[in-house]
Design a protein around this ligand. Structure first.
Ligand code: AMP
Length: 306
C-alpha cells in the first residue's frame, strides 16, 4: 500500500500572541507528511524554488518521507504569512506568494502512479486534478482546500470534487463553499457534489465526519498550552490517512478510528511552533494519545431512568 501527497512545500511566517516565525518549513504537504509518516511511509509531490533549505527536508527523510517527487525549480518558493487572533481561534492571511507553484506542472516519478491512498493537500485545484489524473486506481482520495482557492477557483474545485472520496475542510470553508451557514446543510450540499464523506475540522472543538445517513464527532484533545495552530488541519489529514493506509481497511469502525488519529495529530501540531510539536514523537506516543480519547469520549450505555 502506498500513500502519496501533493500540496504546498512552503516557507511560512507566522505571528501568534506567543511568538513568531519567519520563513519556517511549512506547507500542507510538509505538515501532512510529518504527521502521516509516524504511521506509514509517505511519498511527496510538489515544487520548491532555489531558495528552499532542501537539506532541512532531507533530514525528515529518515522518518519515511520520500521527497523525490519534489522538484526544484528556478525562482522563489511558495510563501505564506499569517496572523492569529489572541484566542488563536481565527487567522488572517497577510500574504500568499505562489512563486514556483504558479507555473508548476506536476509529473509523478516512475511507479508512483500506482498510489493507493492519495491526499490532495491544499494547493491550486488544477494541480490537485493534474496529479489525480496520473494515478491509475487509487483506493481512497482525500482532498483539502481553503478559502483562497474557493474564492479564486471554484469551478475547478467543483470539477475536482466529483472525483474525490473525502473532502476535508474547516467549518468556515464548508460554509463558504456551499453558501450555507448551517454546517449540516452545508455538508449535505457538499455530499451532493461528489464526495462520499465530508470531514469538517472545527479547531479546538474537534471535527465532524458527515456521511449521507449519519454524522460522527470527535473532540479535540484538551490542551492547556497551544502555541501555533498552523498545520493542524494537514496534520489531522496525515493522521487520518496514515492510519487508514496502515490498517489497510476502510470499514466504518476504522473510518471512526482514523478520525481519532487525525484529531490526535492535530493536537501535536498545535503544541509547538511550526513543526516543533512533532519533535521526539514516535508511534507509541501517538497510540497513547489515541487511547486517551477512549476515556475522553466514553458514554456508558443509557440506563432506564429510575
Ligand atoms: P492549515 O493550518 O492546516 O490550514 O495549513 C497551513 C499551511 O497551509 C501553511 O503551512 C501554509 O504554508 C499553507 N498554505 C496557506 N495558504 C495556502 C494556499 N493558498 N495554498 C496552499 N497552501 C497554503
Amino acid at each position: 500500500m502506498s500513500l502519496l501527497v501533493v500540496g504546498s512545500v512552503a516557507l511560512d511566517s507566522v505571528f501568534t500572541p506567543f511568538g513568531e516565525t519567519a520563513d519556517a518549513l511549512g506547507g500542507s504537504a510538509v505538515y501532512f507528511s510529518v504527521a502521516a509518516s509516524l504511521l506509514h511511509p509517505v511519498r511527496v509531490v510538489g515544487v520548491v524554488g532555489d531558495d528552499y533549505p532542501i537539506e532541512a527536508l532531507q533530514l525528515l527523510a529518515a522518518r519515511g518521507i520520500d521527497w523525490s517527487g519534489v522538484e526544484r525549480a528556478r525562482g522563489e518558493s511558495f510563501r505564506w504569512k499569517g496572523k492569529y487572533s489572541y484566542d488563536l481561534q481565527s487567522r488572517e492571511t497577510l500574504e500568499t506568494r505562489l512563486g514556483v507553484f504558479a507555473s508548476f506542472q506536476p509529473k509523478l516519478p516512475a511507479g508512483w502512479e500506482q498510489a493507493d491512498y492519495v491526499f490532495l493537500g491544499n494547493i491550486d485545484p488544477v494541480l490537485q486534478l493534474a496529479v489525480l489524473e496520473q494515478i491509475r486506481r487509487p483506493r481512497l482520495v482525500v482532498c483539502d482546500t481553503m478559502n483562497y482557492w474557493i474564492k479564486s477557483q471554484k469551478p475547478d474545485l467543483l470539477k475536482l470534487l466529483r472525483k474525490v472520496d473525502v473532502l476535508l475542510v474547516n467549518d468556515s470553508e464548508a460554509r463558504e463553499l456551499s453558501g450555507d451557514w448551517n454546517i449540516h446543510r452545508a455538508g449535505r450540499w457538499i455530499l451532493s457534489r461528489g464526495p462520499k464523506r465530508l470531514v469538517v475540522k472545527q479547531g479546538e472543538y474537534g471535527a465532524l465526519m458527515i456521511e449521507p445517513d449519519r454524522t460522527f464527532y470527535v473532540p479535540a484533545y484538551p490542551l492547556e498550552e497551544v502555541f501555533d495552530p498552523t498545520g493542524a488541519g494537514d496534520a489531522f489529514a496525515g493522521g487520518f490517512l496514515g492510519y487508514l493506509a496502515r490498517v489497510r481497511s476502510m470499514s466504518a469502525s476504522d473510518m471512526r478510528r482514523a478520525m481519532v488519529y487525525g484529531s490526535a495529530m492535530g493536537g501535536f501540531a498545535v503544541q509547538g511552533f511550526g513543526l516543533k510539536g512533532f519533535e521526539g514523537l514516535d508511534a507509541g506516543t501517538v497510540e497513547r494519545r489515541v487511547h486517551a480519547f477512549v476515556d475522553l469520549t466514553h458514554v456508558p450505555a443509557a440506563e432506564p431512568l429510575p
